[in-house]
Design a protein around this ligand. Structure first.
Ligand code: ASP
Length: 298
């Protein structure tokens, strides 16, 4: 029996606007279409958990985003991906630095449902994925390979402080509230371009890139190390006990510790309200149903 108007909020990463208008429009169209799919799922009574995982899986399959197929290459030219999922009952599963799988978010869900653990990394995560039936998949697209060779590694390394903020973005995440008032969150990323092998970003760290509780759910995107240090997702969700999602999102983004802390968040509260905030020039996001005007800054 439906008691609640469902809602889904999806992001496609916070970062710089380094794409032309055409590509940016294509990414926004993909976000809108996938959010619509998620909304239909919720309308048909699917759980928030099933919906956010499916939405993130669809985004992973879309090479326009830095997750799954089309994920960013690390310093060695390999793709290492992070993904996580969490429900409002405190169930959590994640994978970090996983390679050669198509959908890290599905493996993260398996960690949550099939193990007593919350996070598997590297080789262990890959082995677990194979046992769970996930086949070998090369997530490197020609475009990412081209970006990698064009933006010469030496040059990048010499200019790390200056340029690192350019290489976030395009990560994906979704938060949803279903007809039964349950909330869930999922996220997936290839991490920051040129990251060191073995690097783990914020996404698979509970309370950092994602968090959910009986108050609501939040997904963060941007500079992972900074997001983790600020425990962004948990901080936003905890604030929902005393304020609305937009205020919570705005406050956390405005009080980030560390310089150059590029960050964006999407958040849904248990009562069906939502918030979106980011301090980058751009963050692709969409909400269904469209409750109020876009808060896009550009
Ligand atoms: N937060 C991700 C990471 O640092 C990247 C992103 O959101 O674009 O791994």
């Amino acid at each position: 029996m439906s008691t609640m108007e469902p809602l889904i909020l999806v992001h496609g990463g916070a970062g710089r606007l380094r794409y032309d208008g055409k590509r940016r429009a294509a990414r926004q169209a993909a976000l809108d279409q996938i959010a619509q799919t998620g909304y239909e799922m919720l309308k048909h009574g699917n759980s928030a958990l099933d919906t956010v995982v499916e939405v993130v899986r669809l985004l992973e399959d879309n090479p326009l985003f830095n997750a799954g197929y089309g994920a960013a290459l690390g310093l060695t030219g390999e793709v290492e991906m992070d993904a996580a999922v969490m429900t409002d009952e405190g169930r959590f599963g994640a994978v970090a630095a996983i390679k050669n799988v198509k959908n890290p978010v599905l493996v993260a869900r398996k960690v949550m449902e099939e193990t007593d653990h919350i996070l598997l990394v590297g080789e262990g995560a890959i082995k677990f994925a194979r046992i769970m039936g996930f086949g070998e998949f090369d997530p490197v697209t020609d475009e990412r390979r081209k970006m990698f060779s064009e933006q010469r590694v030496d040059y990048f390394r010499r200019n790390w402080e200056k340029f690192r903020h350019l290489y976030g973005g395009d990560t994906v995440g979704a938060v949803a509230i279903d007809c039964h008032g349950k909330v869930a969150v999922a996220a997936s990323t290839g991490g920051i371009m040129f990251h060191l092998p073995g690097r783990v970003g914020d996404t698979p760290l509970i309370g950092c890139g994602i968090y959910a509780s009986s108050l609501g759910a939040c997904a963060a995107t941007g500079h992972g190390e900074c997001i983790a240090i600020n425990m962004v997702a948990k901080t936003v969700v905890d604030m929902l006990s005393e304020t609305n999602p937009q205020t919570a999102a705005d406050k956390v983004i405005s009080k980030l510790k560390l310089k150059n802390c590029n960050c964006g968040v999407i958040v849904v509260s248990r009562d069906g309200d939502y918030g979106v905030a980011y301090n980058t020039p751009y963050m692709g996001w969409t909400v269904m149903p469209k409750l109020r005007d876009s808060v896009l800054k550009d």
